[in-house]
Design a protein around this ligand. Structure first.
Ligand SMILES: [Fe+2]
Ligand SMILES: [Fe+2]
Length: 451
């Protein structure tokens, strides 16, 4: 795995650089649907990335698209090569991968791609969220209180309802947990990026929140440890990115938003705004999530992760608003107030878009969709077998997947059984949904947009 070509500086464009980045050994493809025990292996698809039009940045409408999936996977790999991962089983089997993942050449290449990729992924926020006007301490506080009230006195949680009413609530709840794992297994990593430097009393206030997230230095009480315990209790993996292929684009994007806001120091106020809003709305969210998980998994589920947040985030919400957000606005004036508000507004928008994406994924159950007879093919035939690289993608239009020979296995969730589609049958994958195809034996398929 340490066998690498030196950095090629010739492709000065983002397309070339991002493709070059995606061809690094740690991002190689795999024929498996899950990444087992290896925190460094994060497959990217160089061919798909080559086709990405970087000149057409994401919008609200394309926030959960395949372009978003490609760009956000790439960005996450750039960001997370700044965080330390060590395999649970020790490094001896992964020495080469460890060196590759943190290699200076990878880092430099990732940094060259990053600003353009960030503009591509998050540039639309500047236009989506208007925060003009004059703000003072009181209007800021009132605004935030209203936003949090809206989150807490919502008209129900459609995602939770969809999980409860799905054919297989366990698989659906696992899908929710798999999305949460993006942050849950590395909790407060983005927050850690603003602990250094020198910025007065607010630095210490941020540290107080951070130290809670880290269980006051007690590993079993660390939030990510509680998250692992929860995963284990429902039979899910505790390795970061085991479910790599089943993260929705919106889930990765929201996680990346916090990396973006903390990697760029000018995003500090935006980060505090978004974080304060989340911390202030988490207590109620986790109380309901707790009930949902109890209903789905019964007594076996270890919900201490939810209990802890339902409790501590009552305090974190207050601390983040009263000891961070308001004092920062008071001291640093309009620049701070604008950034703080932007964060509050942006995270609400992203959460709405993310909920819609997850809801659509949860309510699409291929097993309940009639398989139709494969019709005459018009598109190119792809031949796959058990060695073919596995990948997931998001459809841009309703797509007919036809099986002309063999048998295709269609995956659309982190832990659910794949749908078996035999020779002569076809399934429709709705627009905007994430899925992947695997085959155990030689299989011929076509994928075509439904006319
Ligand atoms: Fe936490
Ligand atoms: Fe918290």
């Amino acid at each position: 795995m340490t066998n690498r070509t030196p950095l090629d500086d010739s492709p000065s464009d983002i397309a070339g650089l991002s493709e070059q980045f995606s061809r690094l050994p740690q991002f190689r493809s795999t024929n498996k649907q899950f990444i087992v025990g290896n925190p460094y292996h994060r497959p990217m698809n160089p061919d798909a990335l080559r086709g990405l039009d970087w000149g057409r940045p994401l919008t609200q409408e394309t926030f959960a698209s395949n372009d978003s999936l490609l760009a956000n996977r790439l960005l996450m790999n750039v960001y997370e090569s700044d965080a330390l991962f060590l395999p649970e089983a020790g490094l001896s089997k992964f020495e080469g991968e460890f060196v590759d993942f943190y290699h200076q050449d990878s880092k430099v290449l990732g940094e060259r791609v990053r600003p353009t990729a960030e503009n591509f992924a998050f540039g639309f926020l500047d236009d989506s969220v208007g925060v003009s006007g004059k703000w003072d301490e009181e209007s800021l506080r009132t605004h935030l209180r209203h936003a949090v009230d809206r989150a807490n006195n919502h008209g129900g949680r459609p995602v939770f309802d969809a999980i409860l009413s799905s054919r297989d609530p366990r698989t659906a709840a696992n899908t929710q947990i798999a999305q949460m794992a993006l942050d849950g297994l590395t909790e407060a990593t983005a927050m850690a990026q603003n602990l250094g430097g020198a910025f007065g009393p607010e630095q210490s206030e941020l540290f107080k929140i951070f130290v809670d997230e880290f269980g006051y230095g007690v590993f079993p009480a660390k939030h990510s440890t509680l998250f692992m315990d929860m995963c284990r209790s429902v039979g899910m993996s505790t390795t970061p990115h085991h479910y790599w292929f089943f993260y929705l684009p919106s889930s990765i994007a929201i996680n990346n938003y916090f990396y973006w806001a903390t990697r760029n120091r000018t995003g500090f106020f935006r980060y505090i705004g978004a974080m304060a809003y989340l911390e202030a709305s988490f207590a109620a969210f986790f109380e309901e999530l707790n009930k949902l998980f109890r209903a789905v998994y019964g007594d076996a589920v270890d919900t201490r992760y939810c209990d802890e947040h339902a409790h501590i985030d009552q305090h974190h919400g207050r601390m983040a608003i009263e000891d961070l957000l308001i004092p920062l606005a008071r001291k640093h004036g309009p620049v701070a107030a604008k950034g703080l508000l932007q964060g509050v507004e942006e995270i609400q928008l992203l959460a709405r878009l993310g909920d819609a994406d997850l809801l659509a994924q949860l309510t699409w159950d291929p097993a309940l969709t009639d398989q139709v007879a494969a019709t005459e093919r018009t598109g190119p035939v792809t031949e796959i077998d058990s060695d073919t690289a596995f990948d997931t993608e998001v459809t841009s239009a309703d797509t007919r997947v036809q099986v002309l020979g063999g048998e295709a296995l269609l995956y659309n969730s982190a832990t659910g059984d794949p749908l078996r589609v035999p020779q002569g049958k076809a399934v429709i994958v709705p627009a905007g949904r994430l899925y992947g195809i695997h085959a155990d034996r030689r299989t011929q398929i076509t994928k075509e947009p439904v006319a």
